[in-house]
Design a protein around this ligand. Structure first.
Ligand code: PGA
Length: 235
């Protein structure tokens, strides 16, 4: 299973270091082969000495080696820390920061060409969910336009926008139906994200076709995140 923590705009350099040390100690003590991903803010990136199954990734990067793109980081800044994992297409980047499908696709193509492990996020807003499953799938597939689904280092994260950071989780039936329809087209692992917390981790991870979770809010506390890893370990 894949258990991922997205810090978003939370944690400092200091608290990230403490978090990662605690997490590493915990994960090293398990005998599992789950894959743990952590996406800290870019100011907290560093070379961490970690057990094999933990990877650090960036939440966002500009699809260039380096250049004049004020406020962005590129490959040169990421490679300094030997990082080769990135999130692409997170709903906050699409819907809050206005990233278009063209921009998302450009990032995907660039980081794929560099061999990155990519957690590629898709998910429908509330008004689309209310129109029913056909609209939901059309929306989600439109967010996969131009994305090479055969890429071996691709992980998909299905995160309904209306469930992110809201405390509202999609029902198990909604998750199961959506994941099954995605799996018809996608061979890559698929994560669920959207208000995942310790209390619902087990039931979500037990849903058919669910290969892991992408956790925001509840992952910011290292003890809670370790509990989620423990639950995955016991499934
Ligand atoms: P949440 O965020 O767990 O706070 O809903 C999930 C995400 O945005 O990846």
């Amino acid at each position: 299973m894949i258990i991922a923590a997205n810090f978003k705009t939370n944690h400092t350099r200091k608290s990230t270091k403490e978090y990662i040390e605690t997490l590493d100690k915990y994960v090293s003590s398990l005998k599992n082969d789950d894959s743990v991903l952590v996406f800290p803010p870019s100011t907290a990136l560093d070379k961490f000495n970690l057990t094999e199954n933990i990877s650090i990734g960036v939440q966002n990067a500009y699809p260039v080696e380096k250049g004049s793109f004020t406020g962005e980081i590129g490959l040169e800044q990421i490679e300094e820390f030997k990082i080769d994992t990135t999130l692409i297409g997170h709903s906050e980047r699409r819907h809050v920061l206005g990233e278009s499908q063209d921009e998302v696709r450009e990032k995907y193509t660039f980081f794929k060409s560099k061999g990155f492990q990519i957690v590629y996020c898709i998910g429908e807003p509330k008004e689309v969910r209310e129109q029913g499953i056909e609209a939901v799938m059309a929306y989600n597939f439109s967010q996969l336009e131009g994305i090479d689904l055969e890429y071996e280092n691709l992980i998909i994260a299905y995160e309904p926008v209306w469930a992110i950071g809201t405390g509202l989780t999609a029902s198990n039936e909604q998750i199961e139906e959506t994941l099954a329809l995605l799996k018809n087209k996608i061979k890559s692992p698929i994560l669920y994200g959207g208000s995942v917390k310790v209390a619902n981790t087990k039931e979500i991870l037990e849903i058919k076709n669910c290969d892991g979770i992408l956790v925001g809010t509840a992952s910011w506390d290292v003890d809670a995140f370790c509990q989620m890893i423990e639950i995955a370990d016991n499934i």
